[in-house]
Design a protein around this ligand. Structure first.
Ligand SMILES: *Cc1c(COP(=O)(O)O)cnc(C)c1O
Length: 221
């Protein structure tokens, strides 16, 4: 399967999920998760019309942003956990950051950001999993308030990576929890859903889905 074919298939599935949910296609942004794939694959996706790309690792993002700086309109989404000492790479290159879960990182991003505000999503540990990053739901309001006071950042929504259950439909309650929490915090954007479960996430209100494998195939080891 070529990159263009992978994108077209995912696009079709997004359209069908939007239709089922009675939502316009324009309400959901597809972020093509390109982590660990070479820059050449991103060029292929770009040539097929894709503009939003997701990367997990700050240095990989920095290197790819440099290698692909000739592509106008390409938007980088930093989607992985970030250490404060690498925040500069995200602040310089990213359109959005989906994994904010610590004030220290927010402060560093704020200090380093120039130009348009960085669109930030708080990552919520909806499954209360010890092994996962993300802020606990009960701590989200305090972090949201602190982030809202920082220049250079625009808090727009919430992200979740719920526990991976074999049946994607069984993940609905986690997506709903995220949606309800966003409502309470006055946030309109929901970054949720991966290859495994993006259709269910769209039915539950996702405004961004982060899809890698279904577009690019398995990641190189
Ligand atoms: C890798 C990754 C994805 C994409 O996962 P796929 O299963 O390849 O679609 C989405 N979100 C985050 C945070 C990731 O790290």
């Amino acid at each position: 399967m070529t990159t263009a074919e992978g994108l077209a298939q995912v696009e079709q599935r997004i359209r069908a999920a939007c239709e089922r949910a009675g939502r316009p296609r324009g309400a959901v942004e597809l972020i093509a998760v390109s982590k660990l794939h070479p820059a050449a694959r991103i060029r292929e996706a770009y040539a097929a019309g894709q503009r939003a790309f997701g990367e997990n690792y700050a240095q990989e993002l920095r290197d790819k942003a440099e290698a692909l700086s000739d592509l106008p309109g390409l938007r980088w989404h930093a989607i992985g956990p970030l250490q404060a000492n690498k925040a500069k790479y995200v602040a310089r290159t990213a359109h959005a950051f989906h994994a904010l879960d610590r004030l220290e990182v927010a402060q560093e991003l704020s200090k380093r950001r120039t130009g348009a505000p960085l669109r930030c999503f708080l990552q919520i540990n909806v499954g209360d999993e010890a092994t996962k990053s993300g802020v606990r739901p009960e701590d989200a309001a305090a972090l949201a308030e602190a982030v809202r006071g920082l220049p250079g950042l625009e808090l727009v929504g919430l992200t979740a990576l719920p526990p991976l259950l074999d049946d994607p439909a069984a993940m609905r309650p986690f997506f709903r929890t995220l949606r309800e929490l966003a409502g309470k915090l006055g946030l309109s954007e929901l970054s949720m859903g991966t290859t495994h479960d993006f259709e269910v996430a769209i039915e539950e209100g996702a405004t961004s889905v982060r899809v890698g494998t279904a577009i690019f195939g398995e990641r190189p080891a």
